[in-house]
Design a binder for this molecule. Sequence first.
Ligand SMILES: Nc1nc2c(ncn2[C@@H]2O[C@H](COP(=O)(O)OP(=O)(O)OP(=O)(O)O)[C@@H](O)[C@H]2O)c(=O)[nH]1
Ligand SMILES: [Mg+2]
Length: 478
Amino acid sequence: MSSENQGGTGSGRLRGLKKQLRRLGKEALDKSHWAAERLLDQRLCIGIAGLSGAGKSTLITSLIYQLSHPDRAQLPGFAPALNGRLIGAELHPAVDAGLPLFEYQRCLDALTANPPRWPESTRDLSALELHLHLQSRRLGRNYRQKLILEFRDYPGEWLMDLPLLRMDFTTWCRHQSDLLAGESRRALAPLLLDRLAKLVPEATADPRELDSLWQDYRQFLRDCRGSARLSYLQPGRALLDNDEYGFFPLPALAHQNATELAALPENSNYRVLEARYREYVEARVAPFVDSHFRHLDRQLVLVDLIGTLFAGEDALEDMRKAFGHIADTFRYGRNSLLRKLWRPRIDRLVFAATKVDQVLAADHDALRQLLGQQLQQVFSGARHRGLPLYCEAIAAVRCSNENVRDGRRMLVGHGMDGRYLGFENAEILAHLPQEADWQHYNGGLPPQLRPPLGIGREGYMPHIRIDALLNLLLGDKV
Ligand SMILES: Nc1nc2c(ncn2[C@@H]2O[C@H](COP(=O)(O)OP(=O)(O)OP(=O)(O)O)[C@@H](O)[C@H]2O)c(=O)[nH]1
Ligand SMILES: [Mg+2]
């Protein structure tokens, strides 16, 4: 190598090093701003999770829209909007997250189109910051206060994977065997479940057989979600993407102990599936938890309770199981000064039933009570005592109105094809359905409604109880 070249490499290296130092310095500065804002209660990071179709994208769009148009938004239950302290809000990419920006404009364009559409289904993690500007008065002087809300939208299917962090493959298989024995899962794929039960853990793995079982298992998970509306499904990512995770439970793992299993050859069914399971947990689940949950101050979980209720007993029971696992996964605690910086914890967990405009206003309270009872059953244990848990029933975009026809109250709105619809829903009972009550919900799911015309005109976006939700999420910070 020539001396000229060597010199060139040397100064190049120096330039590279300086550049790197500048970048690190900037990152540290950004981070220290971020941490300082958190300490001073000027920043609040809110995770928004829900299974596919629960209404996350629509809700985030509605929240941003309402907060950005405080003069027109109807938010009487949110004090800063009612007393005129909320000046407005603007959107920014999330500083620290390094995540794709939530596509607010695209979602809003869909809702404000003519005819209006729903936002497209999203499949990935995204984030954004909303800078809220508030007018405050202290010691007789007016001043402006800024609160940065960081919203992180992620698929609820990923949430369902978090329990895997606490289970090895054998424990997971035993856990899944109990679930697979349930009637709703069995009815969906009796042949597949028989094939799984016959797979011998000790036998030499046949790659083609494992692949065929995996493809069928993935389809089975999607059917569980689609037709049976079950919630507690793993691996959760298999519902959303087409990656080849390639593992599924081995129900035949019943009595073997850990030493026997570890001694099996590497090409046995057990060892192959166990390695794939471990790879999934290490490469997919753990990094997500590490990069994501550490940052959250509050967690909002959206649930399509109406859809689940009308899907029947097994769907509701499965939702309860899913809640239970969510409850076990989050680490709760008060946000002490140190934890705020280093190990922030979720200090508020809010569950919200979505799309309540699909039922009569008289049923909204019953829905909230029903959700509350589901949660009480799950969170009643000593471990959850003192947990700051809240629930609400909301519609991000209200698509229906009420009319009285022949003396009966009914809902009116537009179906997805634009046709004008009038319909009644089965009355929502304010308690968890007992055996005989399930008949009551047999009439079927309310129709899917189209967003109303005129959204975005002069700040108009009708909703139900978004102001109450805002109060739960940030009332104490404003
Ligand atoms: N009636 C009514 N329907 C709603 C509302 N919000 C969402 N929906 C319906 O629920 C569907 C899913 O809403 P999204 O906001 O896309 O749900 P998501 O949780 O982001 O779904 P993914 O991106 O697929 O995970 C929409 O296409 C609508 O049909 C609402 O406030 N009222
Ligand atoms: Mg979405």
